[in-house]
Design a protein around this ligand. Structure first.
Ligand code: FE2
Length: 385
């Protein structure tokens, strides 16, 4: 995040001695995500954070394309993905390319016997259902319905759920996830025309420090392979840290919509961006107010963009027969637009209660077999009158 945050105890200057009451030293770690030039934080560990005792057999999680190089619009019934006890097992990749993996997950159990680290992707967990706490080595963040949890690569974390009824949309990004450049000044501060400001972002608020030795499993994902790395000390042994690299939460309910007299294009809904993709938030808002305005979008062909829309809540104005958790995919190369009747229905309407998350990618998305298993095979013909 382009703002400074700190928690716990840190020495008055970086890279100097920092001692415990016993006289022993704390161990400093520079935690950066892009070489030495990107965001970084300085962490102070109770134990050396390098004590690997054992590495288990790797598990290959590389997604496999069941449908590639296609022009077929898709509608996936996201809630058909079955709840699964374990958080990592529950993540079902449905769409992917070289920039992102997009998964659905309905985990039931809190992570208590292992920790997780995604070594090469920032993760965005959108909370569709459930409450709980994201626990990380730099502090905890409570979450609830509508939160985006943005977790930079390398952040060791656990998810703790209050109940078994949880649903997430997961975006793994192989580049840093940032707020849109056009909403920030040269120093990273969010500008006045941004649909959100720094107060809307929740940084870690509570730092848990565990001074424990034993066997601690950190399941570490690297190049789509999961490695079970056993450490000799508890990963959450940080007594203090400061810097710019940390996880945060942003609630979609805090996204302030931008509206106009006539229809405004999707970039006004943009919330985040990464290399070759954007994430947009469609939130309840007043419709366009020109006396002849058509609130439904015009037909459009962003010839180079795949458009994935995840339906969260409310009636989605431009689509017929959409339910919560559905995912539509409108691939690059074809024109798409409102369903028959949707444009006419929208005229004269004053507001919408729709809530949706859109991921537009500038490279085509491939579908896994898991996606085809929950897809409507006739959706691509649903515009025929
Ligand atoms: Fe579109």
């Amino acid at each position: 995040m382009p703002f400074y945050h700190k928690l716990g105890r840190i020495p008055h200057k970086r890279h100097i001695t920092f001692q415990k009451e016993s006289g022993a030293y704390y161990y400093e770690q520079l935690f950066g995500t892009e070489g030495f030039h990107g965001f970084s934080s300085l962490l102070y560990h109770t134990h050396r954070p390098t004590q690997v005792k054992h590495i288990g057999e790797p598990i290959d999680l590389t997604p496999v394309a069941a449908l590639d190089k296609h022009v077929k619009a898709q509608m996936l019934r996201g809630f058909d993905v079955k709840p699964t006890a374990d958080f990592l097992d529950s993540r079902v990749i449905v769409l992917f390319n070289n920039d992102v993996n997009i998964a659905l997950a309905a985990p039931q159990k809190s992570m208590t016997d292992y920790f997780y680290k995604n070594a090469d992707a920032d993760e965005v967990l959108f909370v569709h259902k459930g409450t709980g706490t994201l626990k990380t080595l730099v502090g905890n963040i409570p979450f609830s319905y509508g939160d985006y949890l943005v977790i930079p690569r390398g952040m060791i974390y656990q998810m703790h759920f209050d109940t078994e009824d949880n649903r997430f949309l997961v975006v793994e990004s192989f580049s840093p996830v940032l707020t849109p450049r056009n909403y920030r000044n040269n120093f990273g501060q969010l500008l006045e025309h941004s649909p959100f400001c720094e107060r809307d972002f929740r940084a870690p608020s509570e730092l848990e420090t565990h001074d424990e030795k034993g066997d601690f499993v950190v399941k570490t994902k690297k190049e789509n392979v999961l490695h079970e790395v056993v450490y000799g000390t508890h990963p959450f042994d940080v007594v203090g840290w400061d810097g710019y690299n940390f996880p945060y939460a942003f609630s979609i309910h805090n996204f302030e919509p931008i509206t106009g007299r006539v229809h405004l294009p999707p970039p006004i809904h943009q919330n985040f961006e990464g290399h070759n993709f954007v994430i947009c938030s469609f939130v309840p808002r007043l419709y366009d107010y020109h006396p002849q305005a058509i609130p439904a979008p015009y037909n459009h062909s962003n010839i180079d963009s795949d458009e994935m829309l995840y339906y969260v809540d409310g009636d989605f104005m431009s689509r017929n027969h959409v339910e919560k958790g559905y995912i539509s995919l409108h691939p690059a190369g074809l024109v798409h637009g409102p369903h028959p009747g949707a444009m006419e229905r929208s005229i004269g309407q004053k507001e919408t209660g729709e809530l949706a998350v859109m991921v537009d990618t500038f490279k085509p998305l491939k579908l896994t077999q898991a996606a085809l298993d929950i897809s409507d095979p006739d959706y691509y013909k649903s515009w025929v009158e």
